[in-house]
Design a protein around this ligand. Structure first.
Ligand SMILES: Nc1ncnc2c1ncn2[C@@H]1O[C@H](COP(=O)(O)OP(=O)(O)OP(=O)(O)O)[C@@H](O)[C@H]1O
Ligand SMILES: CC(C)(CO)[C@@H](O)C(=O)NCCC(=O)O
Ligand SMILES: [K+]
Length: 244
């Protein structure tokens, strides 16, 4: 069995896999990482591999302890990936984006793929049907947009995410909800239209913490899976052991 861990900028997520099947998902915070992993290992004694992708600032040493019992693999830029990387600055490309691109490459062979990760940031990653990774876009995530409006102004309150009643916001709160939620939905639909007008044979995957909230507001051609990163981590692990 494999335990995959995704260390993002907001939360830490984990999943236990038996082969390609997901057994259980977990979410936890930075300070509880060690105890939570320990509890998972106690529950699933057959876990032999820990596969970690991190873009957050969690000390690698928090995992040293587990190296006594398990094989720990920190996915890094030096690992083999199943796509050709055409990013102009491959060393600064986020590991999470590389893992998403790898998962999409392996799972949707022979297709043009766009992966949209709606987390702390929203990232867009494009892998073409020849398995060439090109890059995409990075923009502020849903919560980050609400927080930025509050943090960088005098008068705007900090609101939590809510569906706007209309695109015309008729109060401060409604104007903020329209700006943030409608703004992000327009952004995503705009990118999707742009890619779809240029490429056929296309698959779009939506993932990240805001998947559910956004999926029902977007075009229904999008394949929504909030655990795509954890599943992709398991897939590149399986790919690695098959290709080593
Ligand atoms: N319990 C929660 N805590 C924080 N954010 C949450 C929660 N549930 C949903 N979200 C939403 O998820 C988004 C953050 O996504 P996610 O948790 O995937 O980010 P992350 O852990 O930083 O991952 P990444 O760095 O890969 O984006 C926020 O915009 C927020 O609206
Ligand atoms: C954009 C984030 C923060 C998304 O998690 C992460 O992928 C990252 O830190 N990327 C580095 C910059 C880049 O991907 O080009
Ligand atoms: K993200």
């Amino acid at each position: 069995m494999v335990l995959t861990i995704d260390i993002g900028n907001t939360r830490i997520k984990g999943a236990v896999f038996e082969g390609y099947n997901t057994v259980e998902f977990f979410v936890f915070s930075k300070d509880e990482i060690q105890e939570k992993i320990e509890a998972i290992l106690k529950k699933y004694k057959k876990v032999m591999y820990l596969v970690v992708a991190s873009v957050g600032n969690v000390d690698k040493n928090s995992f040293l302890y587990f190296q006594k019992k398990l094989h720990v693999w920190f996915v890094s830029h030096e690992d083999g990936f199943p796509f050709v990387n055409n990013y102009a600055t491959p060393k600064t490309l986020g590991i999470d984006r590389m893992v998403l691109a790898a998962g999409a490459t392996l799972q949707f062979q022979g297709k043009n793929r766009l992966i949209i990760d709606a987390g702390t940031c929203v990232t867009y990653d494009f892998v073409d049907e020849m398995d060439v990774y090109h890059g995409g876009a990075i923009s502020p995530g849903l919560r980050l947009r609400y927080e930025s409006l509050h943090n960088f102004t005098e008068k705007l309150p900090l609101l939590t995410v809510e569906s706007p009643k209309n695109f015309v916001g008729d109060s401060t709160a409604e104007a903020i909800h329209s700006g943030v939620v409608n703004g992000l939905v327009y952004e995503i639909n705009g990118f999707v239209d742009e890619y779809q007008s240029k490429y056929s044979n296309f698959i779009i995957i939506l993932t990240g913490g805001d998947t559910e909230f956004l999926a029902k507001r977007l075009k229904n051609t999008i394949f929504a899976n909030s655990n795509f990163l954890l599943e992709s981590l398991n897939q590149i692990f399986q790919y690695k052991i098959e290709n080593d």
